[in-house]
Design a protein around this ligand. Structure first.
Ligand SMILES: N[C@@H](CCC(=O)N[C@@H](CS)C(=O)NCC(=O)O)C(=O)O
Length: 194
């Protein structure tokens, strides 16, 4: 049985969404977290090395980092076709977008949210404006991040688009609005929200 270390309305929601899309059995184990305002506390039972969520336990192995968990699950459960496997078309594109969420998109929009100056040549991600442009250009030409097929890239990057527009970190263009409506129409998204 897969065990997801989880707290509702956090990044671990993306993994709930993915597990629902995959249609595999899992259980969630709720943990407490230390919040940005200093309230709450790290849960000593949480196996994540930083006491964060998500973490996934599978057969005694602890997997952490949302991108790694998503890739682990889509490789392990290929029947649901939630991500191209090694050797299949679009595998490289898939990996690129999975890594884009934590490596580029999140740091860029957190820069904007906390008014952190962008230092060209030093930071390993684009400015918030550049990231917004890349995502909008891509979605203007593609129904989903990999084209016609929905994948876990839409859960990681798409879930980020959904959240960041809702909380004012990303501009809600028509392209983004339409894409978010497509995401919200997925039954597994509704289950995650519930
Ligand atoms: N890079 C990590 C980020 C995980 C993360 O920061 N999760 C937040 C919840 S949204 C958390 O656990 N915060 C509590 C803390 O920082 O101690 C991932 O993508 O999995």
């Amino acid at each position: 049985m897969l065990t997801l270390i989880h707290k509702p309305q956090t990044r671990s929601g993306s993994i709930v969404w993915l597990l629902e899309e995959l249609g595999v059995p899992y259980e969630t184990r709720a943990v407490t977290l230390k919040a940005a305002d200093g309230s709450g506390a790290r849960d000593p039972s949480n196996p994540h090395p930083h006491g964060k969520v998500p973490a996934l336990i599978d057969d005694g192995q602890v997997i952490f980092e949302s991108g790694a968990i998503a890739l682990y699950l889509t490789d392990k459960f290929p029947a649901a076709r939630m991500g191209p496997l090694p050797g299949e078309p679009k595998r490289g594109e898939y990996l690129s977008w999975l890594f884009y969420r934590p490596g580029v998109m999140e740091p860029a929009f957190l820069e904007r949210r906390f008014a952190i100056p962008h230092v060209y040549g030093a930071m390993g991600w684009g400015t918030p404006g550049e990231v917004e442009q890349v995502i909008n250009d891509h979605l203007a030409k593609n129904r989903w991040f990999l084209g016609e097929d929905f994948s876990a890239a839409d859960i990681l990057v798409g879930g980020g688009v959904f959240y960041m527009t809702k909380f004012g970190m990303m501009t809600e263009t028509d392209v983004v609005k339409d894409y978010c409506a497509r995401l919200a129409a997925r039954p597994a998204f509704a289950k995650m929200m519930a």
